[in-house]
Design a protein around this ligand. Structure first.
Ligand SMILES: Nc1ncnc2c1ncn2[C@@H]1O[C@H](COP(=O)(O)OP(=O)(O)OP(=O)(O)O)[C@@H](O)[C@H]1O
Ligand SMILES: Nc1ncnc2c1ncn2[C@@H]1O[C@H](COP(=O)(O)OP(=O)(O)OP(=O)(O)O)[C@@H](O)[C@H]1O
Ligand SMILES: [Mg+2]
Ligand SMILES: [Mg+2]
Lengths: 225, 225
């Protein structure tokens, strides 16, 4: 489905250039469920931002569905991202002036789905993350774990082919984490959706058939559990 | 050191009033290290905001160091908070235009500490969370776990009597989490600082001599490990 080859990522900072990814190779097949693990600062979110068309690699190539996407402009990136990717961000990024239901509906409205169908699909997904009763709360009226679950619902509601989840259980207790993982597994097995999860939680990585470990900007090990 | 008695907390929302704490009792003695656990939405952050003088209880009483603090105005709350409390927030709240070092120094400057001493203390604390080499990075130039560690350093740098940490390891891998817990244990045992940690991580709660469980706005169990 996608292949990153010898990817580097340099961030400019006032102290000079920072090399966050140092020649990384990563392949993902359709229908896989993969966990990405590694120490804080090892490059996991940076890798996921490149996979999810939120950022460019500095050098190296990225081929998605047979198409070279290494040098798309921002408009092309936005287009492919909205169609193909459901993203759960490490810091949620819910829109503060919209309530939970409106936040979840937004990607559907962008794809031209009718409002009443969008509402129905969004309420169903909120129910799956046990947040339906908080549909009218704004983000600042929700706990940390509740915001995280709304962000998860938003990433899943649109039938995106590839779900990228950056620490989706970081703010969740173990029972709620378990429920979220069951939902991911169900989408992976019943709908063949491709899922990549960055996680520090062994409970989560245990459920993933493939675990990729990053260290210092490179892939260091891969294992199949 | 502090005692909350029959505390309730009501949040007004457009859908009506939401009762987040339902008559909660909680006592904390000086020098204790306590973990607060419970499901997402059970009221942990709400409880910690009241303990940390960021919010008022709706009914009930709060006595801190023998003084009734249940009805202080915002200025009095800010004064006692700045002197007594070091807070690690669930969503960090680092100031985006300041770099890591400046963010950590801020509470010291508020207490009138000399700039060069503030710099030294801040660099020492950043070193303890393994973030000294990122001192000049702004928050948006740091990974999630790096931002969390800067927020921890800021809470610890000022010799606050009471450290309140809301999910301080949520974004950290297990080795880094372990290092942060060792730091908390060291401050608790060597400096007799009182520490309350909200956590979903069993590794963290195992290190706390006392574990309080919240469910649906009340304390349901307490245990000593
Ligand atoms: N400002 C607010 N307005 C309305 N409801 C709120 C507000 N803040 C919190 N709540 C509600 O109060 C309840 C408790 O929230 P709190 O943040 O204390 O939970 P928590 O135990 O910290 O959860 P988590 O583990 O998910 O962080 C939640 O159900 C939440 O929706
Ligand atoms: N915009 C930026 N400018 C400069 N450096 C950056 C920027 N974003 C990330 N970095 C650096 O790149 C490295 C990798 O960051 P990344 O966010 O990918 O880490 P991570 O593996 O997701 O960590 P965590 O587990 O803490 O979330 C970090 O050392 C970070 O300081
Ligand atoms: Mg990250
Ligand atoms: Mg919370």
């Amino acid at each position: 489905l996608l292949e990153l080859t010898h990817v580097t990522k340099v961030y400019p900072t006032q102290a000079g250039e920072y090399l966050a990814l140092k020649g990384l190779d990563f392949t993902l097949n359709r229908g896989e469920m993969v966990a990405i693990v590694g120490t804080s600062g090892s490059g996991k979110s940076t890798l996921m931002n490149i996979i999810g068309f939120l950022d460019h690699c500095t050098t190296g190539s990225y081929v998605f569905s047979g198409r070279d996407v290494s040098h798309l402009d921002d408009e092309e990136l936005a287009l492919i991202r909205n169609q193909k990717i459901g993203f759960v961000f490490q810091s949620f990024f819910l829109l503060p002036r919209l309530n939970a239901l409106q936040n979840v509906m937004l990607p559907l409205l962008y794809r031209g789905i009718q409002t009443d169908l969008a509402i129905k699909k969004s309420l169903d997904m909120l129910q799956k993350v046990d947040m339906k009763k908080f549909a009218e709360h704004k983000p600042n009226q929700l706990s940390g774990g509740q915001q995280q679950r709304v962000a998860i619902a938003r990433a899943l509601v649109g039938d995106a082919e590839v779900i990228l989840a950056d620490e989706p259980t970081g703010s969740l207790d173990s029972k709620t984490s378990h429920d979220v993982m069951q939902l991911f597994i169900e989408l992976n097995q019943n709908e063949n959706r491709t899922i990549v999860v960055i996680t520090h939680d062994k409970e989560v990585s245990h459920h993933c058939p493939r675990v990729v470990t990053l260290h210092d900007g490179k892939v260091v090990t891969e294992s199949s559990s």
